[in-house]
Write a protein that binds this ligand. Structure first.
Ligand code: NAD
Length: 366
């Protein structure tokens, strides 16, 4: 949900009148009564909503039908992925509608409060460990019991961006012995501060080759990749749970946990591939599904982790939207002002007043 009763109250203080489609919040735990109690008008369906609203906020990119219902001066705020949705963007441009793409919010400090990608990655990382635990037939924490000693589960997290760090946090707090690998050496400190062990590679006398640009990873050199795969092969027989999150902007996910590594794992081990939607980090991943390898390893390729925690995802996303609308309503008078001199608004606005404003120039402020 892009609106919760709590954010509706905030938005009303900005001079906005809020509307919500009947029953839209049910799966996230927000009833129509709760919205009404927060001053929200509950309308019967999307037709009425699109007809009455000047600003439509939603989670998924709009359908072509929804864009058709927009008109000049109206604004839609949602995930939009303009690079993958050029036709939709042109349709919105043709309608004269303004499009604010939450996935295009620049990843600079000032914009963290509206960084919906990070909100969703955080949930995905958390939920990945929960899904792993649900499929793993043993404890995470080590125990000494009257019936014998139980060793802690060994968890390896590959990729320590937002999702990976969230996964490390949950796995360590459940008592697992957690290891993490990333190509960016600067994350070692963050990994270690969360109680996991950074997996160093001895490469050319140094460590990780990093190859980072603006906090993101670049593809690894073939030599580095070979070293990395050799390290994973060495770890595979001892690791109980692998959570992969490795992504490189604009590319398919790198294949890092190969079939032979799955084959070397113990039966009952679990792999959760958070990169499934972009092709997966694991050879055996099937997008959207849970599959079993011949040797009894569970491989999870779900792509809907935030929806599996709909209440939490809605709370965070609606808050991100509320912050975006706060910046878009500087006069607190219910009137949207797309200040295209503002790096954050400029970056996220991909269609404006009949023009396409994507891609944006690089942000000036870090
Ligand atoms: P991402 O989803 O693009 O990638 C996930 C991780 O995979 C990254 O840490 C990346 O280095 C790693 N990776 C790529 N190739 C790999 C490989 N071959 N092996 C192992 N790991 C590999 O990343 P993200 O979560 O979007 O975060 C990227 C960076 O942006 C981080 O440094 C994060 O702290 C930063 N960030 C900053 C802000 C902000 O300042 N507002 C917000 C969000 C993220």
């Amino acid at each position: 949900m892009a609106l919760t009763p709590a954010t509706a109250q905030q938005l009303q203080k900005l001079g906005h009148e809020c509307l919500v489609e009947a029953d839209a919040g049910l799966s996230a735990g927000f009833s129509d009564e709760a919205y009404r109690a927060a001053g929200v008008t509950v309308v019967d369906g999307a037709d009425e909503l699109f007809a009455r609203a000047d600003v439509v906020a939603k989670v998924a990119p709009p359908t072509a039908d929804e864009v058709e219902r927009l008109s000049s001066g109206k604004t839609i705020i949602s995930f939009f992925y303009p690079a993958q949705n050029k036709d939709l963007l042109e349709l919105a441009q043709g309608k004269g509608a303004n499009v604010v793409a939450m996935d295009m919010v620049p990843r600079i400090s000032r914009a963290q409060k509206m960084d919906a990608l990070s909100s969703m990655a955080n949930i995905a990382g958390y939920r990945a460990v929960i899904e792993a635990g649900n499929n793993f037939g043993r404890f995470f924490t080590g125990q000494v019991t009257a019936a014998g000693k139980v060793p802690p589960a060994k968890v390896l997290v590959i990729g320590a961006g937002v999702a990976g760090l969230a996964a490390i946090g949950v796995a360590t707090s459940l008592g697992a012995q957690t290891y993490a690998f990333d190509v960016r050496p600067e994350v070692a400190e963050q990994i270690e501060s969360m109680g996991a062990e950074f997996v160093y590679l001895d490469f050319d006398g140094g460590q990780q080759d990093g190859a980072a640009t603006g906090g993101y990873a670049a593809p690894s050199s073939p030599e580095f990749r070979e070293k990395q795969l050799a390290k994973f092969r060495e770890l595979a027989p001892q690791i109980d749970i692998v959570i992969t999150t490795a992504l490189i902007p604009g590319r398919a996910a790198p294949k890092l946990w190969l079939a032979d590594m799955v084959a070397a794992m113990k039966p009952g081990s679990v792999i959760v591939d958070l990169a499934a939607e972009r092709g997966g980090n694991c050879d055996l991943t099937v997008v959207g599904q849970r599959v079993f390898s011949d040797n009894g390893v569970v491989v999870i390729g779900y792509t809907d982790f935030p929806s599996r925690m709909a209440a939490q995802a809605s709370t965070l996303y609606a808050t991100n939207i509320c912050h975006m609308l706060t910046d878009l309503t500087p006069g607190k008078d219910g009137k949207l002002v797309h200040n295209m001199e503002d790096d954050v608004i400029r970056g996220a606005t991909v269609a404006f007043e009949g023009g396409i404003t994507y891609p944006p120039p690089p942000p000036k402020i870090a």
